[in-house]
Design a protein around this ligand. Structure first.
Ligand SMILES: NC(=O)C1=CN([C@@H]2O[C@H](COP(=O)(O)OP(=O)(O)OC[C@H]3O[C@@H](n4cnc5c(N)ncnc54)[C@H](OP(=O)(O)O)[C@@H]3O)[C@@H](O)[C@H]2O)C=CC1
Ligand SMILES: CC(C)CCC[C@@H](C)[C@H]1CC=C2C3=C(CC[C@@]21C)[C@@]1(C)CC[C@H](O)C(C)(C)[C@@H]1CC3
Length: 619
């Protein structure tokens, strides 16, 4: 094997993904096995580059000078400096002088020479572009077409190599980490990326960074999580829900297992699966996969919810006693747990036959336990039925609403009420609103890291099928046996709190989605932004200028409004709130790590401008 051409610490010119733009980069390391160099750009972005994407500064400058000499005088150098590194020029009219030169270059040697010749260096430190752009503050500026204002280096001609890139030819560039969760990933045939909707989902290579404490951690979680939910449900169902009163003896088998209940859960899954396959609602394409293909998804969650509501109404009308769910709640949970476990075993086994580019970046460490927990396959499908997308949005979310309704009926029955209590009504309505919102925006899930990067293993099957429907309902379950009077003042306060939380949650998520889709959308074009070296920008005003994760803040405020109706006698109904804060703080740390890698100094600048992550003045 030939030795590495560049040494660690060398300053060289590195090609920017999917373009012919070259930047000054520093070589950080070289992997002899993959023959890839890890380089760092001036703004802190780290990428892995092939040797052919790197050239020495001297050769580059010489080529630049000779190119300058032969350039048509009419072309001003200033024109090119407004290009963003992540968004090279797509096509441009050529000066007549250039066309024949290009047409005449036939041999490989000549082409190589030409490639050198067309590369032109104009180095502007990345940090400067922010200063140049500030009007009032250093960090806040308006974005125009999502383009960073001062690009350091620009090439002016479309080369043979560029044509190859665009036709999906030989260009190969590896990005060091994926954008979602810190796993090593591979981005092949990188293309000019428009923000969000044209970003390619990375495919898997061996997972290097293990999460959740690695193999031991996930083994522990695999037992702890199901047991913790069981403990929660036992406590919630008891008159005295305090931890001290937890029964120390094991529950009798018949209190946790019932074949009829198991059958009902299977029927529920089948019913939801049939609804998800109905040819109503639009058919949309997901994010491009590693192999360049996109998967199609049927977006009909909202219709499925309506049909489920009709089915529940018919059942009540036919005097089906839905409070049966409350009476057999533990059995329902263990059935769901068993199904989730069996499903994850099936998924793990079938992943053996999945091709490399169908694997998730985070679940391929080679350790059976770890990969079983995290999930190996990214989008397991049976024909057009996408198992992950289905489980994330359907049986759990719909089950949550149905269980809440069953708890409402059980409360009336248990407490001899003619109408449900205000506390129970509030919990039902607040959570129904959240589920409706989720299903209404179902399509947006396709751009979330859960779908794009996370494998489908035990964590998510358990999370979707058992954790969501049986712990998110704990407030309603608790209220059946623990009535809590609410004053009118409290009711209004809770409605206002949920409203504020929902407004922040929805506005922040919609703003970010709209901005990523099209930054010049009039709904978001007024927002101030920080450009980044990738061509994407970060919103730095409005809600995204208040804290760095306003959508998490809104979600947490809502979670508080869902627990407060249960009063202050016990901690149990606050389980969802505690879970959500823990999950979102962890998710936030994971996301910030990734954003720092992706956006380098621009992210630092954003952190300076918006110092708090989720809670203003606290965290
Ligand atoms: N109830 C529950 O159990 C859970 C609910 N949720 C909810 O789901 C929703 C989505 O959360 P999640 O998927 O974690 O991700 P986010 O919607 O918070 O997205 C994070 C990404 O947004 C982009 N971004 C960050 N800051 C900015 C900015 N200033 N301007 C523009 N883009 C920015 C970055 O991606 P890029 O730049 O690459 O676009 C970053 O990676 C949240 O509302 C959350 O509360 C999430 C988990 C569990
Ligand atoms: C400790 C557990 C096993 C962790 C499991 C976590 C999962 C259940 C959740 C992780 C993120 C989720 C989201 C939703 C459902 C719960 C899981 C899967 C979500 C799809 C629900 C609908 C919302 O509108 C949403 C914002 C799209 C949610 C996104 C995250």
């Amino acid at each position: 094997m030939p030795p590495a051409r560049f040494q660690i610490g060398d300053t060289v010119m590195g090609r920017w993904p999917g373009s012919n733009l070259y930047y000054e980069v520093k070589v950080m390391s070289f992997d002899n096995k993959t023959r890839l160099y890890t380089v760092i750009y001036k703004d802190g972005t780290e990428l892995e580059l092939k040797e052919s994407d790197i050239t020495s500064v001297v050769i580059f400058q010489t080529a630049g000078r000779s190119r300058s000499r032969s350039r048509s005088p009419g072309r001003s150098p200033g024109r090119s400096s407004a290009r963003s590194p992540g968004r090279p020029r797509r096509s441009r009219s050529r000066s007549p002088a250039r066309t024949p030169r290009r047409a005449s270059s036939r041999s490989t040697e000549v082409r190589k020479e030409k490639l050198k010749e067309v590369l032109e260096v104009r180095l502007t430190p990345v940090a400067m572009k922010h200063e140049n752009n500030s009007s009032n503050s250093k960090s806040e500026k308006k974005e125009e077409n999502n383009t960073a204002k001062a690009a350091p280096v620009v090439t002016e001609e479309k080369t043979e190599t560029e044509s190859e890139n665009q036709t999906g030819g030989r260009y190969n560039l590896r990005r060091r980490k994926d954008q979602g969760d810190g796993k090593a990933v591979e981005l092949e045939k990188a293309v000019e990326s428009e923000p969000l909707l044209q970003t390619k989902a990375p495919a898997a290579v061996k997972t290097a960074d293990l999460e959740f404490g690695g193999r031991v951690g996930v083994l522990f979680l695999m037992f702890l999580l199901p047991v913790a939910v069981l403990v929660l449900l036992i406590l919630c169902g008891q008159k005295d829900a305090s931890l001290q009163s937890f029964p120390l003896e094991l529950p009798a088998l018949q209190s946790v297992w019932d074949c009829q209940v198991f059958g009902i859960v299977l029927l529920w899954l089948l019913f939801q699966a049939v609804l998800s396959l109905l040819p109503v609602g639009k058919l949309v394409e997901g994010m491009p996969l590693k192999n360049g293909k996109t998967l199609k998804y049927r977006i009909n969650g909202f219709y499925a919810l309506l049909l489920t509501a009709v089915a529940a109404g018919v059942a009540v009308y036919q005097e089906v006693d839905l409070s049966y769910i409350h009476a057999h709640f533990l059995q329902f949970y263990t059935s769901a747990l068993l199904i989730a476990t069996l499903l994850s075993i099936y998924l793990f086994i079938r992943s053996r036959w999945a091709s490399k580019d169908e694997l998730a970046p985070g679940g391929n460490s080679g350790y059976i336990i770890y990969d079983f927990f995290m999930g190996r396959e990214l989008n397991p499908r049976i024909k057009s039925f996408d198992i992950k997308f289905f489980c994330e949005m359907r049986p759990g979310l719909m089950g949550w609403v149905l269980i809440n309704f069953a708890m409402l009926l059980a409360e009336m029955k248990q407490q001899n009420l003619e109408n449900p209590s205000p506390a129970m009504l509030l919990v039902n309505i607040f959570q129904l609103l959240w589920v409706i919102d989720g299903l209404w925006h179902e399509e947006k899930l396709l751009t979330m890291m859960d779908i794009m990067y996370d494998g489908f293993g035990f964590m998510l099957t358990f999370g979707d099928l058992a954790f969501v429907p049986f712990t998110f309902t704990c407030q309603a379950y608790y209220l059946v046996n623990h009535p809590n009077e609410l004053s009118v003042f409290w009711i209004i306060t809770l409605i206002a709190m949920n409203g504020v939380g929902y407004y922040i949650f929805r506005k922040a998520n919609s703003q970010k989605f709209a901005f990523r889709k099209n930054p010049s959308d009039p709904a978001v074009s007024h927002l101030k932004t920080i450009p980044t070296a990738t061509g994407k920008s970060l919103i730095v005003s409005g809600l995204w200028g208040f804290v760095r994760h306003p959508n998490y803040l809104g979600d947490i405020i809502m979670a508080l409004a869902w627990s407060l109706p249960c009063g202050f006698n016990n901690l149990v109904p606050y389980f969802y709130l505690i879970y959500l804060v823990t999950l979102l703080v962890h998710r936030n740390a994971r996301d910030e790590r990734q954003c720092r890698k992706k956006y380098g100094s621009a992210w630092e600048e954003y952190c300076k401008a918006v110092p708090y992550r989720i809670f203003p003045r606290v965290y």
